[in-house]
Ligand binder design. Structure first.
Ligand SMILES: [Zn+2]
Length: 204
């Protein structure tokens, strides 16, 4: 993959051309994928207050006049990594430490049930700014758990990229076979080879 395309991964580009998560879950998926551990640290889309502000505004998670401080940007990154850990736990594993961080974040980010003239309900953030954005993201997390879509959002075992598993038996383990799956296989192969070569041979 060329650098130009790599820089678009998580936004315009999905590894392997996979469709993004359905409905509003796509926004939460983009949030988790605002950074990928395989890419340079300065590619983090919420890596500073300015970047976080720009990203949140672009996603309409904050109003145009809302500011994001460095502390808030750091809080967002911490929440992102906790949600990533929760996504990774969808393969199995202990979600409790991540749940702890998310529980803490939700305390400052209340949601309320909004109702329109047709009687339809929606979860809406009670606050604004970063707290409002966090509330919206946690509302999406909650909705996805109600619809059952949440369990299909998984973290690539290789690079922890959040992808939506549409396979029938929910068995996908990597973001895209062509990138991470092969890399994992190659590594296993190299490890096996190294091991077989390391076997002491008294006759040689
Ligand atoms: Zn991957």
């Amino acid at each position: 993959m060329e650098e130009r395309d790599k820089r678009r991964v998580g936004e315009e580009v999905e590894p392997g051309g996979r469709p993004k998560a359905p409905g509003r879950l796509e926004l939460l998926q983009r949030f988790v994928n605002s950074y990928n551990h395989d890419f340079p640290a300065d590619w983090d889309r919420i890596g500073s207050s300015e970047k976080a502000e720009e990203w949140l505004r672009q996603k309409r998670l904050v109003a145009p006049g809302d500011r994001v401080s460095e502390v808030e940007a750091a809080r967002l990154r911490q929440l992102r990594e906790a949600i990533r850990a929760l996504v990774m736990a969808n393969h199995g594993g202990d979600p409790a430490p991540a749940a702890d961080v998310i529980r803490e974040a939700s305390r400052a980010a209340p949601l309320s049930v909004a109702i329109d003239d047709a009687g339809r309900t929606a979860l809406e953030p009670a606050g604004r700014g970063v707290d409002g954005a966090v509330a919206t993201l946690l509302g999406i997390l909650h909705e996805a758990q109600l619809t059952g879509h949440w369990s299909r959002l998984k973290g690539c075992r290789q690079c922890e990229y959040a992808f939506f598993d549409r396979s029938k038996n929910r068995s996908a383990a990597w973001c895209a076979m062509s990138i991470c799956g092969n890399r994992t296989k190659n590594r296993t192969y190299r490890r096996r080879r190294a091991r077989s070569h390391a076997v002491p041979t008294s006759r040689s």
